[in-house]
Design a protein around this ligand. Sequence first.
Ligand code: ATP
Length: 139
Amino acid sequence: MRLLLVTPERQLLDTDIEEVYAPGVLGQFGVLPEHVNFLTALGTGELRYRTKGADHYVAVSGGVLEVLDDLVTVLADSAESAEEIDVARARQAEERLRHALARTPSDAPETPDLAAALGRAANRQAVGARAGRAATAAH
Ligand code: ATP
């Protein structure tokens, strides 16, 4: 299978893979070869793919994933590989957003955006912690 992952800013991946797991809006799901064609919306979470027996991790948020025959296309609103995530920046963003949310009424128009940004910051920390720990698949 081939995995193509792009954001509005750049192309992150175009690589042959054995499998991919992604955060759908209805929960995490996996795509293996011979998967039925489908299209789904993505939430905020961890995308994991295996290539040459090794797992790799990407923080993604929003967008869609399409399976079309042998090609898995991810059009993500934002995406960063575990290795490129600045965990300290994500931690600071989370702190800033928690404070902002605490002083913003829950029905304020900016609250959903703040909450979504908080989710992205927390996810970046979780995925960033995977960097350098890519495990080789057991055979
Ligand atoms: P921050 O408040 O830390 O600047 P942000 O809320 O501006 O984050 P987003 O709006 O979600 O972040 O993303 C803006 C751009 O910055 C995107 O291209 C995203 O990939 C990148 N980005 C955001 N946070 C990080 C991070 N911790 N490490 C690496 N790239 C990041």
